[in-house]
Design a protein around this ligand. Structure first.
Ligand SMILES: [Zn+2]
Length: 287
């Protein structure tokens, strides 16, 4: 009898609750952190490219089309980051609304292509959060007030974070504000906060640098006396270690660029990521 009652209540209650929650897909872990923070328990969130994975070269998993087919919103970065996504949305036959979280930012150019790494500037992250909040509120008006309250609290934290970064950079001697990172993921950070980044890989991790590119970088590091080189959590270490060995620049640690880490890693959230990076930069450059 008790079993039957339980069974009956499951039948009535759970489908209703599941239907109330908005199904949202985020393309990669950094966007997922924004969406989770704003959406809280009012949404069902699925992340396609999880922690410590490279969104530039993602190969969709067999279940991804189904996840997209069931979603009402698909939140993407845009600016050419998720080249694999339009085909996936099309093949899923999904009617989900695709929300471009970077819509309100001023894109930087690298050659002829847009630089997709806009989230590395905290003021840009605030624009992402505003874009995501509007999309969630429009898709689920009943919870709009909740989303706006969540966003307001989070935007205050981001404002404090932005001040933290500016204060930390101000303590680095101006002639030491230059580093090497693996790929060109920190253009927006550089433009916002005034640290110069040089990267042997371009704006994507897809292409391997030639011997000539590497020789040019090594020459540049020596000529500019760049004090430190950094590894990245999503890229292969070998290239940076080789550059360090040939130039005498020190390895300053790991920068978190395009993907958060798992729960127990260095940066499970966006705020952790920015704090980790600024700490790594200042401890390598600040003397
Ligand atoms: Zn990247």
């Amino acid at each position: 009898m008790r079993f039957l009652l339980l069974f009956a209540s499951l039948l009535i209650v759970s489908p209703l609750h599941a239907a109330e929650r908005l199904n949202v897909v985020a393309s990669f872990s950094i966007l997922a952190d924004f969406v989770r923070t704003i959406g809280g328990d009012r949404i069902n969130l699925t992340t396609l490219v999880g922690p410590d994975s490279d969104v530039h070269v993602y190969t969709p998993a067999p279940g991804d089309a189904k996840r997209i087919a069931e979603a009402k919103l698909v939140v993407v970065n845009g600016l050419g980051l998720e080249g694999w996504l339009p085909r996936l949305v099309q093949s899923a036959g999904s009617s989900a609304q695709v929300v471009t979280a970077s819509a309100g930012i001023a894109p930087l150019k690298l050659g002829s292509a847009a630089d997709p790494h806009a989230w590395q500037s905290v003021p840009n992250a605030k624009i992402y959060v505003a874009d995501i909040t509007s999309a969630l509120a429009a898709a689920d008006p009943d919870d709009a007030e909740f989303f706006r309250t969540q966003a307001k609290a989070y935007l205050e934290k981001l404002e404090a974070l932005d001040r933290e970064v500016r204060d930390a950079v101000a303590k680095i001697p101006p002639d030491r504000r230059k580093v090497i990172s693996t790929h060109n993921a920190f253009g927006y950070f550089a433009a916002e906060y005034g640290i110069q980044f040089v990267a042997p890989l371009g704006v994507s991790t897809e292409t391997e640098p030639s011997a000539r590119d590497i020789a040019a970088i090594i020459g540049q590091i020596k000529a500019a006396r760049i004090p430190a080189v950094f590894l990245e959590n999503i890229s292969d270490d070998r290239l940076i270690r080789r550059i360090a060995a040939e130039t005498g620049a020190k390895v300053g640690g790991t920068l978190i660029s395009d993907g958060l880490t798992g729960e127990k890693g260095l940066a499970p959230t966006y705020i952790d990521m920015v704090r980790h990076n600024i700490k790594a930069l200042t401890s390598a450059l600040d003397h």
